[in-house]
Design a protein around this ligand. Structure first.
Ligand code: FES
Length: 99
């Protein structure tokens, strides 16, 4: 039941532990960023609780998923995300701000 979970990120196989989020698994594997802002700044986990939207990633072809909220599952296909507009027009991501 505690067997490692195999997923891929841009075709590279990564393993996660049961109970980890995708974001935790990526961080555990040494991946610190998986998207960039429109200005080219790297982004990965920041808040870790689904608030900041820094951790957006494509999961099984669905873009704009928050890696910190997606449970790691065997066979997930993860793809790094290019800079894109916020999924919620009323929400201003941290990298959209000047601070
Ligand atoms: S790290 Fe902030 S929403 Fe995922």
């Amino acid at each position: 039941m505690n067997d490692p979970i195999a997923m891929t990120l841009d075709g590279r196989t990564l393993t996660a532990r049961p109970g980890q989020s995708v974001g935790a698994a990526l961080t555990d594997a040494g991946v610190r960023s998986w998207r960039t802002t429109r200005g080219g700044q790297p982004r990965g986990l920041f808040c870790g609780i689904g608030v900041c939207f820094d951790c957006l990633i494509t999961v099984d072809g669905r873009p704009g998923q928050r890696a910190c909220l997606v449970p790691a599952r065997a066979g997930l296909v993860l793809e790094t995300a290019p800079a894109s507009p916020s999924p919620d027009p009323g929400h201003q991501r941290r990298d959209d701000r000047d601070d």
